[in-house]
Design a protein around this ligand. Structure first.
Ligand SMILES: [Zn+2]
Length: 80
């Protein structure tokens, strides 16, 4: 079982790899097991996913009007 026991450092590394879509099935499993027992890494995963989603969002919304941008930033502010 020690093979599936990864450190938080390894877990955060795997999370960033996962966000880039470069994670193997085995790494995904070990990460999933770690997230099941570690709330710190779970929070880190949430934040990482959120930031990446927002970054993509901002990119695709580039051509929106100022009014729409303001509306989006208001939504983002309230979700913090
Ligand atoms: Zn951890």
């Amino acid at each position: 079982m020690s093979l599936l026991n990864i450190s938080c450092k390894k877990a955060t590394y795997l999370i960033s790899k996962k966000e880039q879509g470069k994670i193997s099935l085995f790494d995904r499993l070990t990460l999933w097991l770690h997230l099941g027992i570690c709330s710190l890494c779970k929070r880190f995963e949430k934040q990482t996913g959120f930031i990446i989603k927002q970054a993509k969002h901002t990119h695709t919304e580039e051509k929106l009007s100022e009014e729409a941008k303001e509306r989006i930033s208001k939504v983002l502010d309230s979700s913090y």
